[in-house]
Design a protein around this ligand. Sequence first.
Ligand code: PRT
Ligand code: ZN
Length: 286
Amino acid sequence: MDNVIRLALQKSGRLSDDSRKLIKECGIKFNNGMGKLKSSATNFPIEFLFLRDDDIPGYVADGVADIGIVGENVLLEAKPDVELSKRLGFSKCRLSLAIPKEKEYSDASYFEGKRVATSYPEILKDYFKSKGVNASIHEISGSVEIAPGIGLADGVCDIVSSGSTLFTNGLKEVEEVIKSEAVMIANKGLSAEKRKLLEQILFRIDTVLSARNYKYILLNAPNESIEEIKAYLPGVNSPTVMPLAKEGWSSLHSVIQEDRFWEVIEKIKAAGAEGVLVLPIEKMIQ
Ligand code: PRT
Ligand code: ZN
């Protein structure tokens, strides 16, 4: 079926809520009734397959699914022959090496001749190779963090986000091996029709992700401060400046990047801005 694109999503787990949310924010309506393996949308030619995350890259490579959302870590480990279409900015984490907290550590040579437990043997093998370290890698599928405590390994290589799992198991993070986030992957041999559908989805995702990164800002300022304030608001376009009824004052509208927000706010307040309003942007087309 060339007129419908099949998207594989994680059935349940750390990727599933944010993946579904992103698709819904792209205006694609679907029923994700619990326990279902398949679903389709009412207003876009797309079918969903709900799978275990580890199975997604293989299904996309084989063409059972056309596209999929998966953690980059799973992709780097399995190295399937798929295209990485877009980084999606959620489920951010890192794959790190950790050792018992009381051990002294200087650099990766610490792991020479040591046993390291991990669910990511391929990524770790490449990492040790790049550092010229010979370590023995023990592949285990879950609860990697308990391996040193039970004498199974001298260290671990596991996914970290807050660090609390390592901490509660008496471990400290010593090297970041890779960074990871959710990514959209695609089969390399998509038909022209499916490629077009993928492009439409990616365009919508860009629109949603840009909007998340920016805020709309409105403020009032004395005319003599406008130039200085404009310089602090590089925005996407040049700011809109409109005269206020109050003599000598103007209203200025622009967009600012979320991560520069506090820095910018302090500067524009110091420059004389008043009545500052900051609003979320729902969609942004650049
Ligand atoms: O059932 P299925 O096979 O589909 O899911 P899963 O259990 O294999 O994966 P899941 O749902 O746990 O994770 C899916 C993806 O989320 C991973 O492949 C990562 O890309 C990403 N992700 C983001 C994480 C984490 N954060 C994370 N914290 N995956 C796992 N963890 C685990 C980690 O393994 C460790 O046990 O959380 C613990 C560490 O968390 P902190 O916060 O204590 O550091
Ligand atoms: Zn999994």
